[in-house]
Design a protein. Structure first.
Length: 123
């Protein structure tokens, strides 16, 4: 079973992306991270879903649409400091726990997400 399947496939990852951006939009402790995003989070939500789909072994939706992820490069227009990265991780961890929750999958995936989130720091 791929991580994509273990996470619930498209349905599970859509729920994760939706919850992630709901948290970012409402948690006071995510304010700095929210402030570097546009008012409408729907495109970001779709891109997160598409990225996670391919990254976790499902359909490569993001790369089919946009090419190689190059996530740090794509995020350079936004000033991302350590605070914004940690706030992003707060939202991701909580959304993951609420929507995926599988302990074995969490142990495999969340450390990689931690590295990815901190890699986005550019300022």
């Amino acid at each position: 079973m791929t991580p994509y399947e273990a996470a619930g496939g498209a349905h599970g990852l859509r729920a994760l992306a939706r919850r992630f951006y709901e948290l970012m939009d409402t948690l006071p402790e995510a304010r700095a991270c929210r402030d570097i995003h546009p008012p409408d989070l729907s495109k970001a939500e779709e891109k997160l879903f598409e990225y996670l789909s391919g990254w976790l072994g499902g359909p490569p939706l993001f790369t089919d649409k946009y090419g190689p992820p190059m996530l740090r490069r794509r995020h350079l227009p936004a000033r991302i400091g350590a605070r914004e990265a940690e706030e992003w991780l707060i939202c991701f961890r909580r959304a993951w726990a609420e929507t995926i929750g599988d302990e074995r999958l969490s142990a495999a995936i969340l450390p990689q997400i931690e590295v990815l989130g901190r890699h986005m720091v550019n300022g």
